[in-house]
Design a protein around this ligand. Structure first.
Ligand code: AMP
Length: 616
């Protein structure tokens, strides 16, 4: 029987080529629309936020009530940091359900990787924010498909993980924003879409045990290797950890592929079941992977094991740029694609030119996501002052804030956000530079996060915290008649996972030798004093390696000063940098190391905030 003639497009398939193209067009048109008149969109967003939240206590407390306009909002509402908000957050965490920040119920807290008083910041959120986040995600693949066609014909191998969650004394869940998203129906029950077709079954992503999660995601990624068109993780550090995992475990993984039997280390029944839907005995594939992984060099391992990969999707802007050389090595120069810029407070924007070089990445803020303002950053000698914590703005500084549509090309700004969920003129702490425009909407390079000295994964350690931690550690040296003359630090990402290195110069009394265990105790004391995001990375996620103290020869820090002066630093104003990044300086320090010590164990970490006690 002759086949029925095919319709030009199969309308019975919800995601055929025609409807996909149409959907992509709609999303790109949305971007065109909102970037063509960003100021009107921003005005509407602010008006919606203020109308919806007109009766909330916070706005009323500052003199706003009832309908209002942008000028009045700016006049009355102060620009704030997390510490200003802490008393309100504490009330919500303790169960106060009155409309303090938002007229909609606070559905949960998102635990930011930024900290306050050593603990994660708690960002209030509401149900409807999930839709806004989903919208931003839905823009990414239509943008990408303009540059790399055919991505709907295969899978993405993304290593995605959930983190532990806790409950506030008032019963609200507190967890990272991605954990919240992966556990939501927006992710779990997403309708079939070729762009969210991942090698990792949901169950493997939602597995709370990070080892089982990684093992099963890697195994599925290997089983489906030919179908993989793109690979990634959220941050570069996470993707490199996955490759490192393969380096350590390929033999076990190949055994599973050869036999079709899943390793008993994966004990979670739902994960086992999901993996068994993918895993079939395939000795040929096992031989191939074994052959590639047992080669001495791992250069290009990604293109070798997943030969159809077109790009690596990871954030390498900001501190993550330290991982670019490693990714280039494993990926043999595959494009590194940074698709989006987002935070617990608000999802901000997308990269409309995703195949550009990492150093040129700029993000277009999507004006419907929140109301954005920009505080001009004045650099001091080319360096933002970093030891001081953000201070309150005086009246003049408050007036310097400009709207999204008014930022100037080349100027740097600190991002200030007002959200539907109840943050008003909140300083995110990120410094952005205007790199260009999409229609009338500015595009920003991510410059840095303020006050971050050291970062390996999502940890953000500032100089003040580091200084206190070093002071605590030095007490271990007291019995030995020794003083710490100088110190500095370095985020060493040449190890996987990366780790903090602290360089110490000591003035020693040679008569009393110091046993290595004392320095090891110092390493641990520093780690115990650092914030909870750092300790979680060390103890739970294993995304940060043991902290190392390197003792340098006497006179090393004088050499460091000589070097800085030779580069043009002023001798009167020279201060020892508390964190170094510049390769020649790191080399200088490393060349004068006399001994080194590592933290002997993980620092303590428990989920939740220390003031909540054991509420889990
Ligand atoms: P969190 O609040 O833990 O979700 O972290 C959000 C922060 O991560 C942002 O404020 C930025 O400092 C950083 N971040 C997020 N996306 C990017 C990106 N694309 N490039 C550089 N830094 C980013």
């Amino acid at each position: 029987m002759p086949e029925a003639p095919k319709l030009p497009h199969d309308l019975s398939n919800p995601m055929n080529d025609y409807s996909l193209t149409q959907k992509n067009k709609n999303k790109l048109q949305f971007i065109e629309d909102v970037t063509s008149n960003p100021d009107q969109v921003q005005q509407r967003v602010l008006s919606e936020i203020l109308t919806q939240n007109a009766a909330v206590e916070y706005l009323n407390r500052h003199g706003l009530s009832g309908p209002t306009d942008r000028d009045m909002f700016k006049k009355l509402i102060p620009v704030i940091t997390y510490d200003d908000l802490q008393p309100d957050i504490t009330r919500i965490a303790n169960g106060d359900k009155s409309h303090i920040l938002s007229s909609r119920p606070i559905s949960e807290f998102l635990t930011s990787s930024g900290t306050s008083g050593g603990e994660r910041k708690l960002m209030p959120t509401t149900e409807d924010e999930l839709e806004r986040r989903s919208l931003l995600y839905s823009l990414l693949m239509p943008v990408m498909s303009q540059f790399v066609p055919g991505l709907d014909k295969g899978k993405g191998m993304y290593f995605l993980f959930i983190k532990s969650e806790s409950k506030t004394p008032g019963g609200l869940v507190a967890r990272p924003v991605l954990t919240s998203y992966y556990k939501s129906s927006h992710f779990k029950q997403r309708p079939y879409d070729p762009y969210t077709n991942y090698t990792s079954p949901n169950e493997t992503i939602l597995c709370p045990d990070s080892y089982q999660s990684m093992y099963s995601q890697m195994l599925c990624g290997l089983c489906l290797n030919k179908e993989v068109l793109r690979v990634g993780a959220v941050f570069a550090s996470g993707f490199i950890r996955a490759i490192r995992f393969l380096e350590k475990n390929w033999s076990d993984l190949c055994h599973d592929i050869r036999t079709g039997v899943l390793n008993p280390v994966v004990t979670d029944p739902s994960v086992r079941e999901a993996v068994m839907r993918v895993l079939k005995p395939d000795p040929k594939l096992a031989d191939f992977i074994e052959f590639e992984c047992s080669k001495k060099s791992w250069q290009g391992i990604i293109t070798r094991v997943w030969p159809n990969t077109k790009y690596i999707d990871v954030i390498v802007t900001g501190t993550m740029s330290q991982y670019i050389p490693t990714l280039d090595y494993y990926g043999n120069g595959l494009p590194l694609v940074c698709t989006m810029y987002a935070s617990s407070e608000c999802y901000f924007g997308v990269n409309l030119n995703p195949l550009c070089k990492p150093s040129e990445v700029s993000y277009t803020l999507i004006p419907t996501m929140g109301y954005f303002e920009f505080l001009p950053v004045h650099r001091n000698n080319g360096v933002t002052s970093s030891i001081s914590m953000p201070k309150s703005l005086n009246e003049k500084e408050q007036q310097e804030l400009v709207d999204l549509a008014d930022v100037k090309l080349g100027q740097e700004y600190e991002l200030v956000v007002t959200t539907y969920a109840g943050l008003y003129r909140y300083r995110v702490g990120d410094v952005l530079r205007v790199a260009g425009f999409k229609n009338k909407a500015p595009q920003f390079n991510f410059i840095c996060r303020k006050n971050v000295a050291l970062s390996i994964d999502s940890d953000k350690t500032d100089e003040v915290e580091l200084h206190k931690a070093v002071e605590n550690a030095v007490t271990h040296l007291m019995p030995f008649d020794v003083t710490l003359t100088e110190y500095t630090s370095f985020a060493d990402t040449t190890t996987i996972p990366g780790h903090y290195v602290i360089f110490w110069e000591l003035s020693l009394n040679e008569a009393t030798p110091i046993p290595p265990s004392v320095f090891e105790d110092c390493c641990l004391a520093i780690e115990e004093s650092l914030n909870s995001v750092y300790r979680q990375g060390r103890a739970s996620d294993k995304s940060i390696g043991p902290l190392e103290i390197k003792i340098v020869e006497n006179g090393t820090f004088d050499k460091l000063m000589d070097y800085a002066i030779s580069l043009g630093a002023s001798i009167n104003q020279y201060k020892t940098p508390r964190c170094v990044k510049f390769a020649p300086i790191v080399e200088l320090l490393n060349s004068r190391v006399v001994s080194n010590y590592f933290s002997p164990k993980c620092p303590k970490w428990v989920p939740g905030h220390k003031q909540w006690g054991n509420v889990n």
